[in-house]
Design a protein around this ligand. Sequence first.
Ligand code: 2YC
Length: 273
Amino acid sequence: MTRLTDNDVKDIPQKLGELEEFLEKHTGRSIKKLACEAVGMWEYAVDPKEYTIAVVPVTTGEGVINGFSESVKETCTWLGFDAFITEHTDIHGFREATEKKVNIIFMADDDDFVAYNLQARKCAYNSMSTAKAYLAALAAATDLLVKKEVLVVGAGRVGSRMATLLLAKGANVTITDIDLEKCKAIQKEYPRVKIAEDVREAIRNHKYILNASPAHIETEDIQEGAIISSPGVPNTFDAEAYKKALIIHDPLVIGTAAMAMESAYFSYLGCRK
Ligand code: 2YC
């Protein structure tokens, strides 16, 4: 999993308004509405004010990313949740959250990023929620995906989820990755998924692209008027690329918003294992 840097997240809280305006303009959705649509929930099924969310900083592995917990907390607050960052980190922070009887705990180490709903005893996962959210953004920006040729760049956790979700939306899906074996594994499971062996040629041939890879997409390969929904970090699109195409990107907010809505929705659905 690609790890965010302090620089990626440092100004997320003060840029939430700008992201919301961008999404309203290009997808017709607020961050909250897009997140709800992504996870298949009715926007008014849950009242975020009724949910308390604790964000627990985790110091394992490569350690805390400055601004990460703040960005997660501010995203949840933006959605209307009562969110805070625990005073303590790691297990002590987890304990603090449980003692404060929160509904949802957000935690991320170097391998996983989850939103655990204590009442429903169920997790929302960043890779799945992000895949759904960026797919919903592409669908909203292109009116409908049925029968459209969509390219998924990257056959990792997010990309493979995007490919299967796209099939369910009736799109014609092509997947590409420098690691052909990953593409073949997906095609084995979902024979309708086409494989493009030449990544750059695939990008030149597609107007609709879901970018789930950290790899750089060359501006010269991007079609005029392309729509690229891109959770991939680092975001290496240059000004020229933003002129040629509609590029929907943010390093953390849209995925986190989908996690928060999905996790809260588990309570509404009365999930009980
Ligand atoms: O600050 C902290 O608590 C750190 N332990 C957070 C580490 C997050 C590592 N994961 C990532 O940077 C990426 C994000 C794009 C979301 C999922 N993985």
